[in-house]
Each structure stands twice: as C-alpha cells, then as structure tokens.
Ligand binder design. Structure first.
Ligand code: SF4
Length: 213
C-alpha cells in the first residue's frame, strides 16, 4: 500500500507533539566524557540502555578516557561488563578502540568512525548526532517502527529506513528526530500494545488505519 508523502505540517505535528511529551530529549545512556559515550553506545548493542547504565554506573568511576581502559586491561574490563550480552567481544573491541584512540579525538566523520572496531552505521550516527550535533538520524528498531507507523517511511527493514529517513524528515526537524522517535517508541508507541488511546498522532497514524483502531 503506497500512501501519499507527509507534508511539512505533518512533520510539525509529529515532532511538536512528541516534544511536548518529554521534558528532556537526550540519550538515556549516562556518560560524562566523549569516550564514555562511545563505550556506552558500544555496550548498548543488543542490550537495553537500562542494562548498560547499571554497568557504567560503576565502570565509569574508573574509566573516563582511553588510557584508563588500557590501564585496566582487557581481562578486568571483561569482568566489569560481564552482565551485558556479548561481553567478551565487547571488551575486546572497547580495548582495541582505546588503543586506537589513546591521545586522539573521536572522529566526526562517519567513514572514519566506522573504521573503529564494533562501530557500524548506527553507532557512528549516534556519535555524530549526540557528540557533534550533526543532523543525522540513527535508526534502531524503535525509530524503524515509529517512522513506518507514522508514514515517514514505508519500509520493511531498519536498513531501508536508514537509507530513506534522512531524505524524508525536513531539515528543521533533523536535530530532534532521532531522540524523539526513540523515546516515543520506547514509552508510547511501543512494539506491543502501543498507547493509542489519547495519542495526539492518531489522525495521521498508518498503524491505526491498518488495524482499524
Ligand atoms: S496512534 Fe498508536 S500506533 Fe499510532 S502513533 Fe499513536 S501510539 Fe503509535
């Protein structure tokens, strides 16, 4: 089913409405330094922000910069993050990243970021967006789901969404879109039992039309 494209007014409605639901639209990953942000994002692959924050609450007392990881060593790092998925692989890649970045600044460029171990397109875009305030939209399952329900894109996979969403969202909302769609997907437009009752986006929502809510 191909539907008409959203207009600027639809985007204004979407992002004004979502902005009104949250007092602070930021990543929920706790961090103080740029390197801590990168470590937290690396840890968050296949894990929730809550699980990552539980680990980093302790870990970031001793790790602020790459040389802190080098001092700690890979084995100790493994133990410190052992409650998260794929902790052995993550420890290996975080250690290797610390070796590469020791004494350097985290790159701003997507291609350079993706040369770092364990950094794919999504992680690179989160770093560009959160750390360097670049108007890019990292796509996770929340962004993919919500963008499709609202008709921002009509795609089958997050990869397809990632290719289309930045062309679809107007420039004026690009710096809001990533956090807005993630938070809205996490707390309101959930995968199972979205909170459609009282949702301010019912008029344009495709999900509502498909399921005749
Ligand atoms: S009406 Fe339901 S499915 Fe549609 S945007 Fe709102 S919460 Fe999501």
């Amino acid at each position: 089913m191909t539907e008409k494209k959203l207009k600027k007014a639809d985007y204004d409605l979407i992002f004004d409405y979502i902005s009104s639901l949250f007092t602070n639209m930021d990543t929920e990953l706790k961090r103080e330094t740029p390197f801590q942000l990168l470590v937290a994002v690396m840890l968050s692959a296949q894990s929730t922000d809550k699980q990552v924050n539980k680990i980093t609450d302790q870990l970031f007392l001793s790790i602020k910069w790459p040389d802190d990881v080098l001092k700690m060593g890979q084995e100790k790092l493994e133990k410190a993050i052992s409650s998260v998925n794929y902790y052995r692989m993550k420890a290996k890649h975080i250690y290797h990243t610390a070796e590469i970045l020791d004494g350097k600044v985290i790159p701003e460029d997507e291609v350079e970021l993706m040369r770092l171990p364990w950094v794919g397109e999504k992680t690179a875009k989160v770093i560009q967006y959160v750390l360097y305030h670049q108007p890019v939209i990292a796509v996770d399952t929340h962004v993919h789901r919500v963008a499709n329900r609202l008709g921002i894109v009509q795609t089958k996979t997050p990869l397809e969404t990632s290719k289309q969403i930045e062309k679809a969202v107007p420039e004026s909302w690009k710096m809001v879109a990533h956090h807005a769609l993630i938070l809205f997907g996490r707390y309101y437009c959930k995968a199972v039992k979205p909170k459609c009752e009282g949702c301010g986006l019912r008029e344009i929502c495709r999900y509502k039309k498909i399921y005749r809510l």
